[in-house]
Design a binder for this molecule. Structure first.
Ligand code: HBI
Ligand code: FE
Length: 287
Protein backbone atom coordinates (compact mmCIF):
# COMPACT_ATOMS: atom_id res chain seq x y z
CA UNK A 1 0.00 0.00 0.00
CA UNK A 2 1.51 3.27 -1.04
CA UNK A 3 1.58 5.48 1.98
CA UNK A 4 3.06 8.92 2.25
CA UNK A 5 1.85 10.14 5.62
CA UNK A 6 4.34 12.13 7.65
CA UNK A 7 6.08 10.45 10.53
CA UNK A 8 4.52 11.68 13.80
CA UNK A 9 6.88 13.61 16.05
CA UNK A 10 6.78 11.06 18.86
CA UNK A 11 7.84 8.24 16.53
CA UNK A 12 11.49 7.24 16.06
CA UNK A 13 13.20 7.24 12.68
CA UNK A 14 12.06 3.64 12.13
CA UNK A 15 8.50 4.77 13.00
CA UNK A 16 8.39 2.81 16.28
CA UNK A 17 6.85 4.28 19.41
CA UNK A 18 6.94 3.06 23.01
CA UNK A 19 3.98 0.75 23.59
CA UNK A 20 3.28 2.67 26.81
CA UNK A 21 0.96 -0.12 27.92
CA UNK A 22 -0.53 2.07 30.68
CA UNK A 23 -2.19 4.32 28.11
CA UNK A 24 -4.75 1.61 27.33
CA UNK A 25 -8.00 2.08 29.26
CA UNK A 26 -10.17 -0.53 30.94
CA UNK A 27 -12.49 -0.25 27.95
CA UNK A 28 -9.55 -0.97 25.60
CA UNK A 29 -8.65 -4.15 27.51
CA UNK A 30 -12.31 -5.17 27.63
CA UNK A 31 -12.47 -4.78 23.84
CA UNK A 32 -9.43 -7.06 23.46
CA UNK A 33 -10.97 -9.66 25.80
CA UNK A 34 -14.26 -9.50 23.97
CA UNK A 35 -12.62 -10.01 20.56
CA UNK A 36 -10.22 -12.62 21.91
CA UNK A 37 -12.91 -14.73 23.55
CA UNK A 38 -15.13 -14.63 20.49
CA UNK A 39 -12.29 -15.84 18.24
CA UNK A 40 -10.98 -18.37 20.77
CA UNK A 41 -14.40 -20.04 20.77
CA UNK A 42 -14.76 -19.95 17.00
CA UNK A 43 -11.31 -20.92 15.75
CA UNK A 44 -10.55 -24.43 17.01
CA UNK A 45 -11.11 -26.79 14.07
CA UNK A 46 -11.19 -23.85 11.63
CA UNK A 47 -7.74 -22.39 12.02
CA UNK A 48 -4.46 -24.15 11.21
CA UNK A 49 -3.31 -26.11 14.28
CA UNK A 50 0.00 -24.20 14.13
CA UNK A 51 -1.92 -21.01 14.97
CA UNK A 52 -3.52 -22.53 18.09
CA UNK A 53 -0.12 -23.90 19.11
CA UNK A 54 1.31 -20.35 18.82
CA UNK A 55 -1.43 -18.83 21.00
CA UNK A 56 -0.68 -21.49 23.56
CA UNK A 57 3.12 -21.36 23.61
CA UNK A 58 3.07 -17.53 23.68
CA UNK A 59 0.51 -17.65 26.52
CA UNK A 60 -1.69 -15.18 24.75
CA UNK A 61 -4.82 -16.35 26.56
CA UNK A 62 -4.18 -13.92 29.44
CA UNK A 63 -6.80 -11.18 29.79
CA UNK A 64 -6.02 -7.74 28.41
CA UNK A 65 -3.90 -6.33 25.60
CA UNK A 66 -0.54 -8.13 25.72
CA UNK A 67 2.56 -6.34 26.96
CA UNK A 68 4.92 -6.31 23.99
CA UNK A 69 8.09 -6.71 26.08
CA UNK A 70 6.91 -9.97 27.63
CA UNK A 71 5.51 -11.22 24.34
CA UNK A 72 8.73 -10.38 22.50
CA UNK A 73 10.79 -12.18 25.13
CA UNK A 74 8.88 -15.42 24.53
CA UNK A 75 8.89 -14.99 20.77
CA UNK A 76 12.59 -14.16 20.72
CA UNK A 77 13.40 -17.46 22.44
CA UNK A 78 11.26 -19.44 20.02
CA UNK A 79 12.04 -17.89 16.63
CA UNK A 80 14.02 -14.68 17.16
CA UNK A 81 11.09 -12.35 16.41
CA UNK A 82 9.99 -9.26 18.34
CA UNK A 83 6.82 -7.18 18.39
CA UNK A 84 7.20 -3.39 18.25
CA UNK A 85 4.59 -0.63 18.36
CA UNK A 86 3.93 1.86 15.54
CA UNK A 87 1.28 4.60 15.29
CA UNK A 88 -0.53 2.96 12.35
CA UNK A 89 0.28 2.23 8.72
CA UNK A 90 3.92 2.91 7.94
CA UNK A 91 5.74 3.36 4.60
CA UNK A 92 6.49 0.19 2.65
CA UNK A 93 10.29 0.44 2.90
CA UNK A 94 10.17 0.86 6.69
CA UNK A 95 7.71 -2.03 6.97
CA UNK A 96 9.96 -4.30 4.89
CA UNK A 97 13.03 -3.31 6.93
CA UNK A 98 11.31 -4.34 10.16
CA UNK A 99 10.26 -7.72 8.73
CA UNK A 100 13.70 -8.36 7.24
CA UNK A 101 15.07 -7.87 10.77
CA UNK A 102 12.45 -10.07 12.41
CA UNK A 103 10.47 -7.24 13.96
CA UNK A 104 6.71 -7.35 13.55
CA UNK A 105 5.03 -3.96 13.80
CA UNK A 106 1.71 -3.50 15.58
CA UNK A 107 -0.66 -0.56 15.60
CA UNK A 108 -0.64 0.93 19.10
CA UNK A 109 -4.39 1.38 19.45
CA UNK A 110 -7.50 -0.78 19.56
CA UNK A 111 -10.73 -0.38 17.61
CA UNK A 112 -13.73 1.44 19.08
CA UNK A 113 -17.05 -0.37 19.74
CA UNK A 114 -18.47 1.02 16.45
CA UNK A 115 -15.59 -0.60 14.57
CA UNK A 116 -15.87 -4.01 16.23
CA UNK A 117 -16.40 -5.86 12.95
CA UNK A 118 -14.67 -3.63 10.45
CA UNK A 119 -11.86 -1.11 10.45
CA UNK A 120 -9.43 0.00 7.77
CA UNK A 121 -6.18 0.54 9.71
CA UNK A 122 -4.69 -2.49 11.42
CA UNK A 123 -5.13 -2.22 15.21
CA UNK A 124 -3.44 -4.20 17.97
CA UNK A 125 -6.04 -6.97 17.82
CA UNK A 126 -5.51 -7.58 14.12
CA UNK A 127 -1.74 -7.22 14.35
CA UNK A 128 -1.08 -9.17 17.54
CA UNK A 129 -3.89 -11.72 17.69
CA UNK A 130 -3.96 -12.16 13.92
CA UNK A 131 -0.26 -12.17 13.05
CA UNK A 132 1.85 -13.03 16.09
CA UNK A 133 0.83 -16.65 16.87
CA UNK A 134 2.24 -17.96 13.58
CA UNK A 135 5.50 -16.09 14.17
CA UNK A 136 6.14 -18.74 16.83
CA UNK A 137 6.25 -21.33 14.01
CA UNK A 138 9.85 -21.58 12.73
CA UNK A 139 8.97 -22.05 9.06
CA UNK A 140 6.34 -19.33 8.96
CA UNK A 141 8.76 -17.08 10.86
CA UNK A 142 11.35 -17.58 8.10
CA UNK A 143 8.73 -16.92 5.42
CA UNK A 144 7.88 -13.54 6.98
CA UNK A 145 11.52 -12.52 7.06
CA UNK A 146 12.00 -13.68 3.45
CA UNK A 147 9.00 -11.55 2.51
CA UNK A 148 10.61 -8.49 4.11
CA UNK A 149 13.87 -9.14 2.27
CA UNK A 150 11.98 -9.65 -0.98
CA UNK A 151 10.14 -6.39 -0.35
CA UNK A 152 13.40 -4.50 -0.07
CA UNK A 153 14.41 -5.78 -3.51
CA UNK A 154 10.99 -5.37 -5.14
CA UNK A 155 11.09 -1.55 -5.12
CA UNK A 156 13.98 -1.33 -7.59
CA UNK A 157 12.20 -3.86 -9.81
CA UNK A 158 8.98 -1.83 -9.83
CA UNK A 159 7.14 -4.79 -8.37
CA UNK A 160 5.97 -3.81 -4.87
CA UNK A 161 2.36 -4.13 -5.95
CA UNK A 162 2.92 -7.68 -7.23
CA UNK A 163 4.70 -8.70 -4.05
CA UNK A 164 1.99 -7.08 -1.93
CA UNK A 165 -0.50 -9.46 -3.58
CA UNK A 166 1.56 -12.39 -2.36
CA UNK A 167 1.39 -11.01 1.18
CA UNK A 168 -2.32 -10.36 0.85
CA UNK A 169 -3.22 -13.84 -0.37
CA UNK A 170 -0.97 -15.69 2.10
CA UNK A 171 -0.13 -13.76 5.28
CA UNK A 172 -3.46 -11.89 5.35
CA UNK A 173 -6.01 -14.15 3.64
CA UNK A 174 -4.36 -17.54 3.18
CA UNK A 175 -6.01 -20.94 3.50
CA UNK A 176 -4.04 -24.15 4.07
CA UNK A 177 -5.00 -27.70 3.25
CA UNK A 178 -3.81 -30.27 5.77
CA UNK A 179 -4.56 -34.00 5.61
CA UNK A 180 -7.50 -33.37 7.96
CA UNK A 181 -8.99 -30.76 5.64
CA UNK A 182 -9.00 -27.05 4.88
CA UNK A 183 -8.07 -24.44 7.49
CA UNK A 184 -7.72 -20.67 7.65
CA UNK A 185 -4.40 -19.06 8.62
CA UNK A 186 -4.30 -15.50 7.20
CA UNK A 187 -4.39 -12.77 9.85
CA UNK A 188 -7.12 -10.81 8.06
CA UNK A 189 -9.35 -13.86 8.34
CA UNK A 190 -8.48 -15.09 11.82
CA UNK A 191 -8.91 -11.63 13.36
CA UNK A 192 -12.41 -11.31 11.80
CA UNK A 193 -15.39 -13.21 13.23
CA UNK A 194 -17.41 -12.99 10.02
CA UNK A 195 -14.63 -13.85 7.61
CA UNK A 196 -13.45 -16.79 9.77
CA UNK A 197 -16.77 -18.43 8.87
CA UNK A 198 -17.14 -17.05 5.35
CA UNK A 199 -13.65 -17.91 4.09
CA UNK A 200 -14.05 -21.58 4.97
CA UNK A 201 -17.76 -22.37 4.67
CA UNK A 202 -19.49 -19.94 2.32
CA UNK A 203 -20.21 -21.14 -1.25
CA UNK A 204 -19.65 -17.61 -2.61
CA UNK A 205 -15.84 -17.21 -2.90
CA UNK A 206 -13.46 -19.16 -5.13
CA UNK A 207 -10.91 -21.38 -3.39
CA UNK A 208 -7.97 -22.07 -5.68
CA UNK A 209 -4.67 -23.90 -5.23
CA UNK A 210 -1.79 -21.51 -4.52
CA UNK A 211 0.45 -20.63 -7.46
CA UNK A 212 2.99 -17.85 -7.12
CA UNK A 213 2.52 -16.29 -10.57
CA UNK A 214 -1.24 -16.65 -10.47
CA UNK A 215 -1.41 -14.86 -7.12
CA UNK A 216 0.85 -12.03 -8.26
CA UNK A 217 -1.52 -11.34 -11.17
CA UNK A 218 -4.69 -11.32 -9.09
CA UNK A 219 -6.45 -8.16 -7.88
CA UNK A 220 -7.86 -8.05 -4.38
CA UNK A 221 -10.36 -6.02 -2.45
CA UNK A 222 -9.84 -4.19 0.82
CA UNK A 223 -13.44 -3.18 1.52
CA UNK A 224 -15.23 -6.50 2.06
CA UNK A 225 -14.74 -10.27 2.28
CA UNK A 226 -12.47 -11.66 -0.44
CA UNK A 227 -14.04 -13.08 -3.61
CA UNK A 228 -11.25 -15.60 -3.94
CA UNK A 229 -8.84 -17.34 -1.58
CA UNK A 230 -5.69 -19.32 -2.36
CA UNK A 231 -4.89 -22.60 -0.66
CA UNK A 232 -1.33 -23.58 0.25
CA UNK A 233 -0.22 -27.17 0.86
CA UNK A 234 2.03 -26.42 3.83
CA UNK A 235 4.14 -23.62 5.28
CA UNK A 236 7.23 -25.57 4.20
CA UNK A 237 6.01 -25.59 0.60
CA UNK A 238 5.22 -21.85 0.73
CA UNK A 239 8.67 -21.01 2.08
CA UNK A 240 10.39 -23.29 -0.43
CA UNK A 241 8.53 -21.77 -3.37
CA UNK A 242 9.54 -18.26 -2.38
CA UNK A 243 13.17 -19.07 -1.53
CA UNK A 244 13.72 -21.15 -4.66
CA UNK A 245 12.33 -18.50 -6.98
CA UNK A 246 14.37 -15.86 -8.74
CA UNK A 247 11.92 -13.01 -8.40
CA UNK A 248 13.40 -10.64 -11.02
CA UNK A 249 12.41 -12.73 -14.09
CA UNK A 250 9.19 -13.72 -12.34
CA UNK A 251 8.18 -10.06 -11.90
CA UNK A 252 9.11 -9.31 -15.51
CA UNK A 253 6.85 -12.11 -16.71
CA UNK A 254 3.97 -11.24 -14.39
CA UNK A 255 4.12 -7.53 -15.25
CA UNK A 256 3.96 -8.38 -18.99
CA UNK A 257 0.70 -10.25 -18.46
CA UNK A 258 -2.75 -8.78 -17.78
CA UNK A 259 -4.08 -8.71 -14.22
CA UNK A 260 -6.67 -11.35 -13.38
CA UNK A 261 -10.02 -10.02 -12.11
CA UNK A 262 -10.91 -11.12 -8.58
CA UNK A 263 -13.71 -13.52 -9.52
CA UNK A 264 -12.08 -15.23 -12.48
CA UNK A 265 -11.36 -18.97 -12.46
CA UNK A 266 -8.79 -19.98 -15.11
CA UNK A 267 -8.64 -23.32 -16.95
CA UNK A 268 -5.29 -24.12 -15.29
CA UNK A 269 -6.46 -23.34 -11.74
CA UNK A 270 -6.53 -26.14 -9.18
CA UNK A 271 -10.10 -25.50 -8.06
CA UNK A 272 -11.33 -26.47 -4.60
CA UNK A 273 -14.43 -24.26 -4.84
CA UNK A 274 -15.73 -22.55 -7.95
CA UNK A 275 -17.58 -19.87 -6.03
CA UNK A 276 -21.13 -18.77 -6.76
CA UNK A 277 -20.13 -15.14 -5.93
CA UNK A 278 -23.66 -14.83 -4.52
CA UNK A 279 -22.43 -12.85 -1.52
CA UNK A 280 -20.38 -10.36 -3.57
CA UNK A 281 -23.12 -9.88 -6.16
CA UNK A 282 -25.78 -9.28 -3.49
CA UNK A 283 -23.59 -6.51 -2.04
CA UNK A 284 -23.27 -4.65 -5.36
CA UNK A 285 -26.85 -5.11 -6.66
CA UNK A 286 -28.27 -3.80 -3.37
CA UNK A 287 -26.02 -0.73 -3.69
N1 HBI B 1 2.24 -0.78 8.00
N2 HBI B 1 1.66 -0.85 10.22
C1 HBI B 1 1.70 -1.44 9.01
N3 HBI B 1 1.17 -2.69 8.86
C2 HBI B 1 1.18 -3.30 7.65
O1 HBI B 1 0.71 -4.44 7.54
C3 HBI B 1 1.74 -2.63 6.55
C4 HBI B 1 2.28 -1.35 6.76
N4 HBI B 1 2.82 -0.68 5.72
C5 HBI B 1 2.92 -1.27 4.40
C6 HBI B 1 2.30 -2.60 4.30
N5 HBI B 1 1.77 -3.20 5.31
C7 HBI B 1 2.14 -3.32 3.00
O2 HBI B 1 1.63 -2.43 2.08
C8 HBI B 1 3.33 -4.03 2.42
O3 HBI B 1 3.06 -5.42 2.46
C9 HBI B 1 3.56 -3.72 0.97
FE1 FE C 1 -2.22 -7.59 8.72
Amino acid sequence: MAHDAKRPEHAAEDWTVPQDWDHFTQADHAMWDNLFNRQARLLPGRVAPEFMAGLDVLRMDKPGIPQFDALSERLMKLTGWQVVAVPGLIPDDIFFDHLANRRFVSGNFIRSPEQIDYLQEPDVFHDVFGHVPLLAHPVFADYMQAYGQGGQRSGALGAIERLARLYWYTVEFGLIRHAEGMHIFGAGIVSSYGESIFALDDPSPNRIGFDLKRVMRTDYRIDDYQQGYFVIESFEDLLRQTLDTDFAPLYAEVISQPDIPIETVLPDDRVYTHGTQAYAHAQTVGG
